[in-house]
Design a protein around this ligand. Structure first.
Ligand code: UDP
Ligand code: MG
Length: 336
């Protein structure tokens, strides 16, 4: 029924296809979703996507589901969906690569003229697709979902996400819209630019903003997860935030120099004061202030070193030029 490929799929026709008169037409739409331990949700995701496409009388589409090294039965479920529906494409990564790289794999493999990025947990409603298509028909290159409300999230997640998006937009020169995830519809033209960006630490929503072209928001209510729990514990959220900041701004390095200059000025003032005390024979044993200055200078230096280290580490990893992800297999129905 379906074919399994061991290499990364491209738009080139399969070797066994007849070469004369072959017209390989790309589907009008690709819907791509990274899936990590989403066994309870992928079936419902496929059902809702199919229902939306049916309501739009859209037949010419594909759904690319990427299994990001799940430890549950997600891949088994995806395989069953591929066997059942000709529009489904299953991609199995060699291990867990993380959300942004799994999504990058999906984007590299999908073939559609328009591409919808969606989370597998149904927090982003597929039912928004018709509205997004309308905006794209009206000339947008990217239609991004902007969360007007987030249901089923902890107060902590709402607060940290709110602070993060605003902090990021203050740090970067690229306009990265606030309260916006990866849920978006893109043209192939915009996607091709995204695919040409080779960085390892990917903050895809920011990279798409960087592209420019015509990008328009569409407000939506972010639902609670359909099933399962978030795959972004605090540790991953912090790493993601640092990826975003370092990927889009060198301002932390500049701030480090400003901090250095400010503390140097304070140091000169303290030194002048001490010299004056010494000159006027008023020097006192200043254990507390000495300890204060030593500790403060030490921690500032470590902090600045840490900031430099973050950039240096990323530079090192980039310099290895490893592939972003490893695809173990791709399953899809052969073209008819
Ligand atoms: N995800 C993934 N690999 C990971 C972590 C997450 O493919 O290592 C997928 C996950 O299955 C979901 C999407 O990325 O489709 C967003 O993750 P999640 O819903 O856990 O994030 P949240 O919505 O809580 O920020
Ligand atoms: Mg989610």
């Amino acid at each position: 029924m379906f074919r399994s490929q061991s290499t990364l799929a491209t738009t080139t026709p399969p070797a066994d296809a007849p070469s004369v008169g072959l017209v390989t037409t790309a589907p009008a739409l690709s819907i791509v979703a990274p899936c990590y331990n989403e066994e309870a949700g992928v079936g419902e995701l496929a059902r809702r996507i199919r229902a939306v496409c049916a309501s739009m009388a859209l037949d010419d589409y594909e759904v690319v589901l990427v299994n990001d090294g799940s430890r549950d039965a997600t891949w088994v479920r995806i395989q069953a969906l591929v066997a059942e529906y000709p529009q489904m494409v299953g991609v199995n990564l060699s291990r867990n690569h993380g959300h942004q790289l799994a999504l990058s794999a999906a984007l590299a493999i999908c073939q559609g003229e328009r591409i919808l990025i969606i989370d597998a947990d149904l927090q982003d409603p597929p039912e928004l697709l018709p509205r997004m298509m309308e905006l794209m028909d009206a000339g947008a290159d990217v239609v991004y979902g902007q969360r007007s409300e987030r249901k089923g999230e902890s107060a902590f997640k709402l607060l940290t996400a709110g602070v993060f998006y605003r902090f990021l937009s203050a740090l970067t020169d690229v306009h990265i819209p606030v309260d916006t995830g990866d849920f978006r519809l893109m043209t192939r033209k915009a996607l091709n630019v995204l695919l040409s960006m080779p960085e390892q630490h990917r903050f895809i929503r920011g990279m798409v903003s960087w592209i420019g072209m015509r990008q328009v928001p569409v407000a939506y209510v972010r639902e609670a997860r359909f099933a399962g729990t978030t795959k972004y514990p605090i540790r991953k959220m912090i790493r993601f935030a640092i990826d975003a900041i370092t990927g889009f701004s060198v301002k932390p390095l500049r701030l480090a120099s400003y901090a250095g200059a400010a503390f140097a000025a304070v140091g000169v003032a303290i030194m002048a004061h001490s010299l004056y005390d010494w000159w006027t024979n008023n020097a006192v044993p200043g254990w507390t202030s000495l300890m204060g200055v030593v500790l403060m200078m030490g921690s500032v230096q470590l902090l600045v070193l840490g900031v430099i280290g973050e950039y240096l580490g990323r530079l090192y990893i980039e310099s290895k030029r490893r592939p972003l992800f490893v695809v173990e297999s791709v399953m899809r129905h052969p073209p008819e």
